[in-house]
Design a protein around this ligand. Structure first.
Ligand SMILES: [Zn+2]
Ligand SMILES: [Zn+2]
Length: 287
């Protein structure tokens, strides 16, 4: 399985996942031409597109969904609340199954969990393939619900919201009601909460983390990366940590199925383990 974050931030969000010669999109917050161009730049073909799964109806996630689905002839998947709020016409819409159940879309298994964000019926999404790979997309979280924690407990890659730095939000340019909405429990996740969540969630199977939906006004990529890297390294993470960009796609990343990973053996009683000798550096993004 491969995936690519085609762009992320308050002006548009989309992730493309490819397996077995088919592509599935999670969110389509850019126009069809931009989505296609960015997928090509990422090295991940958009065709054949088997569906677009929406996390919620806000424009930065759903803006391009109907137009792209019409052109590609594929359905739009969303919770009943999301589909109702969008009122998409002219394309086929399919309600996502109740929480916990899995929906098969081409080669992909789609599962969702409710988030606390201030939309009609928003969800986080986990996409699996037949080969044992699983990628999670969790943005516009508000706070981390028990359902989201459960959904994402065994992913190989995670695209996770790290929206704002709490100090920058409080001292930034937004008026108080906007600050309260963003930082509140139905708004967006801060760097600190993202770091807490992902380090809690971490298992050796989680090799790739992409921080996403960074605020342009109230965050700094270096702070977000440092905050999350510190928490993850403390758990033993040695994988890839990247920052998504609003302006361009990240190159497609390949995942290894969990059963092909050489996971460390559990510690033997009475056997002392030597301390880690210098963790490898976490790579910098290309821009
Ligand atoms: Zn939203
Ligand atoms: Zn959003």
């Amino acid at each position: 399985m491969k995936f690519a974050v085609l762009g992320s931030g308050s002006r548009g969000n989309a992730v493309a996942v490819r397996s077995d010669g088919a592509t599935l999109l999670v969110d389509a917050g850019f126009g069809p031409r931009t989505l296609r161009r960015r997928a090509e730049a990422a090295g991940l073909p958009l065709d054949p597109l088997v569906g677009i799964v929406l996390t919620h109806e806000h424009g930065d996630h759903a803006r391009g969904a109907a137009a792209l689905a019409a052109r590609a002839g594929c359905p739009v998947f969303g919770t009943p609340g999301t589909l109702h709020a969008m009122r998409v016409g002219g394309v086929s819409t399919v309600p996502l199954p109740p929480l916990g159940d899995a929906l098969q879309v081409g080669p992909f298994t789609v599962q969702v969990a409710r988030t606390a964000h201030d939309a009609r019926e928003p969800v986080a999404v986990a996409i699996g393939d037949g080969g044992g790979c699983r990628v999670g997309v969790a943005w516009d979280l508000g706070r981390v619900t028990a359902g989201v924690r459960h959904l994402l407990r065994a992913v190989n890659a995670l695209v996770l919201e790290a929206n704002h730095d709490e100090v920058m939000l409080q001292t930034g340019p937004y008026p108080a009601p906007v600050r309260e909405r963003i930082g509140g429990s139905t708004g967006h996740l801060s760097n600190r909460l993202a770091a807490e969540f992902v380090s809690d969630l971490w298992t050796p199977a989680l090799e790739t983390v992409v921080l996403a939906h960074l605020s342009e006004q109230c965050n700094d990529g270096a702070i977000a990366r440092r905050t999350v890297a510190r928490a993850l390294r403390a758990r033993g993470f040695r994988g890839t940590l990247l920052l998504a960009s609003q302006r361009e796609a990240l190159p497609a990343l390949s995942l290894r199925p969990t059963d092909q990973l050489r996971l460390p053996l559990p510690e033997q009683p009475g056997r002392r383990r030597s301390p880690p000798s210098g963790l490898p550096p976490i790579p910098e993004p290309s821009s």
